[in-house]
Every structure is written in structure tokens, then in C-alpha cells.
Design a protein around this ligand. Sequence first.
Ligand SMILES: [Zn+2]
Length: 115
Amino acid sequence: MAEAAYRLGDLIDDYCPRCRLLLNHAVASLVENNVVKVICQTCYSEHPYLHGKGGKKKRPSRRATLFDQVLSKVSPSAAPAAESAQDSPDDPKKKRPSAEARYISRHKSKPRRKG
Ligand SMILES: [Zn+2]
């Protein structure tokens, strides 16, 4: 890691896990010219130097895995369920009094009888 030579107390930009933002940080500890710990100048919390990348890497991966888990569970059952809901009703109790059946019966009963 050949970064610019920092001194203790230098202000550098880093990702603050507490503020969840890229903010000014003061160098708190150095090891061979490498920033090891920084202090957030906004919340004054000390945390290891994250090189401005912070939790960004972890978050997407977490979300991705969660999405994958959810999708894997949902996708196989969701698609056929949506189709079957329209074609063949899951609960016949609700669909029985359908408008179509009534209209058909009305039309058939409507024609006046002769005689
Ligand atoms: Zn902070």
C-alpha cells in the first residue's frame, strides 16, 4: 500500500461506519506510513481505516444473497400461481357468483315467451 505519507492528525477522507458516509477523518494511528486507525471528525468515533470503501462492499453482497434467497423461493411458485389465479380460481367460493354466469342466464331468460 504505497499511499501518500500521512502524519498523525492529518485529515483524510474515509468511510465512517457510524455516519455511513464518506467524511473527514483524522489519522489516529500509523504503521509504517500506512493509516491504520482514523477518527471521524463528525461523530468522533475511532475505527480502522477503511480506505474510503467501508461497508459498501458488504452491503451489496448481503442484499444480493438475500434477494437470491427470496427469488429462489418465490420465483418457482409465483409465476404459476399468478397464471392459475386467473385461469382457475384457487378459492371457488369467491368466484362462484361471477358476473359472466349471471349475464348469460339473464340473456337466456330474457327472450319473451310465445304463447
Ligand atoms: Zn462518523
